[in-house]
Design a protein around this ligand. Structure first.
Ligand code: GDP
Ligand code: IMO
Ligand code: MG
Length: 475
């Protein structure tokens, strides 16, 4: 750690180490008291960050950092984010309804790119190949990279709109018209779309921070920052399972460019994983139960039916299903038991075993020294499976060769077969345990095996979704 002077603060980075939805937000909510500012540096409304507290109930956040319940904390949305004003307005109103006021607390970088209406339409038309969240994220970052088309600005930023709204609204409108033509988009009422966009921006305008050194100055003056990663290492646009990724950089190194802080303030990177992995969207997932069959099933299902989805799966006989020798069927049972369905779509998420090879890739790349494993309460379900053991992928087999790394080629990653080790399971409900010592021995063995195989300390385990259902080992 190097800081500029003895009074200056520091920054920690918290990242999802797998394919997203590892429970990052619940950890941010848990450790927020240790910090002054919680900051986002990447992504946008594609993130779905859930916090569950006794007082506030279950809240899902998309663009606002997960510190809303800590009223003395500031929150920052950095220049690396793709900001959707329409969705942010809705989110802030939802937070207001919880009795929380973000004025003076939330600051948005004036250098963040704005998700314009045409980005949403292009993503809805083209994002299917990846299985995108249809939040316009890819097209927004594409316009950021493209910068201009002839003499017209493509990358409109929050600061532009703040500076001269009328002028930039016209550009956003022209971008919508041009995209409608170029991509043959059906936009029934463009005037309404623009009106909604402008209304959204006018609403969030007051949160835009004109000082491009806002965070930097705060940390120089002593503030402690927690960068809250969105998405995850395997969804990084460069280092993830390309092309089945999001369009931003999700890794620790990018927290400082996207979060607007010089990197000499970096203290440590905290990684979050979950004990039973999940993935939404297409792409390689080496330890997926049922492999191709599962990917196809999950990616072609239509939420609640008629053949697939939560409502259909919930009718299965779970005791039978989980005992199945067929991994695809067994995976369905684990999905039901772990509630892995899209929050909005209710689409089934792909489910797989804990993958040490993939985790090591993420740990090493980001110098993760502290690991948090969520959803450990669900490990007990493995005791009901035919094998009655907890599977752990310890290496990969690629074309009959054993490897210990994540292949860089997408087709090679699809060919990889996991080499599994099986650990003793437990059947106790651990969701009420708060003290590490009280955990059943097989749970402790799982934790120790992960530590041995990753050379990384497990500092906390999630044993349920609520804030208190967390065992702080050495955070
Ligand atoms: P994020 O995107 O990484 O912040 O994670 P999400 O909020 O999208 O998804 C995590 C889901 O798992 C949420 O529904 C959480 O409430 C839930 N969750 C988090 N930790 C645990 C845990 O330890 N046990 C259980 N059963 N659920 C958890
Ligand atoms: P959090 O922060 C899980 C996935 C999408 C798709 C791919 C690209 O909640 O962990 P995008 O809309 O970004 O162009 O979609 O990335 N994806 C996520 N999966 N959690 C997320 O965020 C995700 N954000 C994007 O499903 O496969
Ligand atoms: Mg999520």
């Amino acid at each position: 750690m190097t800081t500029q002077n003895s009074n200056s603060g520091y920054a920690d980075v918290l990242l999802g180490l797998q394919y997203g939805d590892e429970g990052k937000a619940r950890v941010v909510d848990f450790i927020a008291p240790e910090y002054d500012i919680i900051a986002r540096f990447n992504g946008g409304a594609n993130a779905g960050h859930t916090i569950e507290t006794k007082e506030g109930g279950k809240v899902a956040l998309n663009q606002v950092p997960s510190a809303i319940f800590h009223e003395d904390k500031l929150m920052y949305i950095g220049s690396g984010c793709a900001l959707n004003p329409v969705k942010l307005k809705i989110e802030i109103e939802k937070i207001k309804n919880l009795g929380l006021n973000l004025e003076g607390r939330l600051h948005i970088s004036c250098q963040a790119s704005v998700v314009q209406p045409h980005h949403m339409y292009i993503d809805a038309a083209m994002g299917g190949a990846i299985g995108s969240t249809k939040n316009g994220i890819g097209p927004c970052y594409a316009d950021k990279a493209n910068r201009m088309h002839r003499d017209k600005l493509l990358n409109v930023r929050t600061g532009d709109l703040n500076d001269d709204a009328e002028h930039f609204y016209r550009i956003v409108e022209t971008n919508l018209e041009d995209a409608a033509q170029a991509f043959d988009l059906q936009i029934p009422n463009p005037n309404e779309v623009m009106a909604e966009f402008m209304e959204g921006f006018e609403y969030i305008k007051k949160y835009i921070q004109p000082d491009t050194l806002f965070l930097q100055r705060k940390v120089e003056d002593g503030a402690k920052v927690l960068f809250e990663g969105a998405q995850a290492v395997m969804l990084d646009v460069t280092k993830g399972g390309v092309p089945y990724v999001t369009s931003s950089n999700t890794i620790a190194a990018s927290a400082y460019s996207g979060g607007d802080l010089s990197l000499n303030f970096h203290r440590k990177t905290i990684g979050v994983a979950k004990a039973i992995m999940s993935r939404v969207g297409h792409g390689p997932f080496a330890t997926e139960f049922g492999r191709e069959e599962s990917e196809k099933y999950c990616m072609t299902s239509e939420g609640d039916g008629p053949k697939y989805g939560k409502a259909v799966e919930e009718k299965y006989d779970l005791d039978e299903l989980i005992k199945s020798e067929n991994e695809f069927e067994m995976g369905k049972a684990l999905r039901i038991l772990s509630g892995e369905y899209g929050t909005v779509s209710t689409r089934p998420r792909r489910i797989g075993a804990f993958d040490i090879v993939q985790l090591n890739y993420a740990v090493k790349m980001n110098d993760v020294k502290e690991l948090i494993i969520n959803k450990c309460d669900l490990l007990k379900e493995y005791s009901r499976t035919a094998r009655e053991k907890i599977p752990l992928a310890v290496s990969y087999n690629l074309d009959d060769e054993e490897i210990d790394y994540v292949p860089g080629s997408v087709s090679a990653y699809y060919r990889v077969k996991p080499v599994l080790e099986y650990l003793e399971s437990f059947s106790e409900d651990i969701s009420g345990i708060r003290n590490y010592e009280e955990l059943p021995q097989p749970m402790k063995n799982f934790k120790e095996e992960v530590e041995k195989l990753t050379s990384c300390k497990v500092v906390g385990v999630g044993v349920g979704p609520e804030r208190e259902q967390f065992i702080n080992i050495s955070l």
